[in-house]
Write a protein that binds this ligand. Sequence first.
Ligand SMILES: Nc1ncnc2c1ncn2[C@@H]1O[C@H](COP(=O)(O)OP(=O)(O)OP(=O)(O)O)[C@@H](O)[C@H]1O
Ligand SMILES: [Mg+2]
Length: 445
Amino acid sequence: MKKTVLVIDDDRVFNALLVKNFQRMGLEPVSAASWREAEKLLTQHEPDLILLDFRLPDADCERLLPLLAAQYPVIVLTGFGTIRNAVSMIQLGASEYLTKPVDLAELELTVSRVLETAALRQTLEHYRKRVNQDQSALVGDSKEMRDVHSLIDAVAPTDVTVLIQGESGTGKEMAARAVHERSPRGDRALVIVDSCGLQEQLFESELFGHERGAFTGADQQKKGLIEEAAGGSLFLDEIGEIPPAIQAKLLRVIETGTFRRLGGTKTLRADVRFIVASNRDLLGMSKNGSFRSDLYYRLSSFIITLPPLRERREDIPALARHFLDSFRKTEAKELTPETLKRLLAYDWPGNVRELRNTVERGFILSRGARKILPDHLAFIPGLVSGNNDTTLQYGFEPTLEDIERDYFSKLLVKYGGNRQKAAAALGISERHAYRLIVKYQLSDL
Ligand SMILES: Nc1ncnc2c1ncn2[C@@H]1O[C@H](COP(=O)(O)OP(=O)(O)OP(=O)(O)O)[C@@H](O)[C@H]1O
Ligand SMILES: [Mg+2]
C-alpha cells in the first residue's frame, strides 16, 4: 500500500517539485499551499508523513509543529534566512529538518529514513507488547489438529476475515496468533481486543477512536485500536459479546475497509486483517436475533473450529510433555504411566487450559520428586477414582495456598496426624511439613 505524504509549502514551484519527486519514489503525495488548505486535507487524508514549511503565511509553525508532531512524523523545511538549529526543531517534535534549497538526494534519504523509523517504531511496539506472552506453537498431531493447521496455512496468506470457534480453553487465541504470524502481516502488530464487559460507548471509542469533543471528556483526539493495528491484524475475542450497534459498525469496516472515528467526518482506511473468536454458538445466536445475521454470514465465510480436547485425546501426552517442559527450570520431570492413564481418561471440560493447569499443579505438588504420580493430581474433582478422601473441590478458583493448605490438612487427617507420612505423601521434608503446620495452624489435626 502506498504511503501518503502531505506537503505543506506556500512556494508552489518547490511544492510541485516535491510532489513530483515523491511520486517518483512510489509515494502518494498530497499538497497544500497554506495551513488552511492543509487543515482541510487532513479531514480527508491520514498521512504517514508531513513535510512542513516552517514559514507559512497563515500559521504560527512554532505552535503548530508540536500539535502536528503528536500525531504524525513531521519533517520541517526551513528557509536559509530563518535558520533555527536542529535541536530546537527536534524539541518541538520534528522527526527531522531540512534546509532550503533542499538537495533532492538528501530529501529522498531523509524521507525514507523517517518513514522507516515510523514503521520500525510500530514493529517495536508490537514486540514490546509480545514480551512475556506465550509464543509457543500449537502442539498436537491428531488428525483434528492437522486439519486446523492446514486451514490456518491456507487462510493466513490472504486478508480474509477468520472466525475461530471452539469451547473455552481449546486454543482459539493461539490459533488467532498463528493466523497472524503466518500471514504477510506477521511482523507487524497483532492487537487483541477482548469484547467482554466494556460499556458500549467506551468500546466504540476504543475500537474506532474519537475526535476531540466527540463526547464529554473527549478532550483530545485519540486513535482507535483499528488504527493501532494498521498494517497488522486485529483480534476480536468473544465477538458474541459485542453490542448490536457496534456489530453494525464492525460489519461496515469489514465490508468496506473504511471507518470513521467517533465524532469524526473523515473516512479512514482500515489497513487491518480481522480475526475474531467466540466460544458461543453464533449461528444459533444469529437465528434467535441476539447476533446480527448479516455479520454472522460475513464472518462465516472462513471458520476454523477447534475441537474439544476430549475429541482428540491422542494429543494429551504431547501436550502434557510440552507443558512439563515449559515449567521446568532445571530438572526434567515426567508423568508415570498411571498418571498419564488418568489424564487420558478424563473428559477435560476446560480443555487444554485445564490440562495445562493440572500439569502445572502436579508439577508443583510433586516438589523434589522426578516423577509425577496420580496422587499429585488428586485435587482435580473426578480425576482420581477410588481413594477419594484427599480429593478437593472448590466452587471458586483456588489459589495455590488454598490447595496447599487443604490438601496438606486432608493428608494429615488421612494419616492420623502423622507428619512424617503426610510429608512423604506430599514429597516434602518433615521440616517443611512442620512449617506448613505452623503456617496454616494445623497442629490440631
Ligand atoms: N494446541 C495447543 N498447544 C499448546 N498450548 C495450547 C494449545 N491449545 C491451547 N493451549 C494453551 O491453553 C491455554 C488456553 O488457550 P487459549 O487461551 O488459546 O484458549 P481459548 O480457546 O482462547 O480459551 P477461552 O475461550 O477461554 O478464551 C493457553 O495457556 C494456551 O497456551
Ligand atoms: Mg481466548
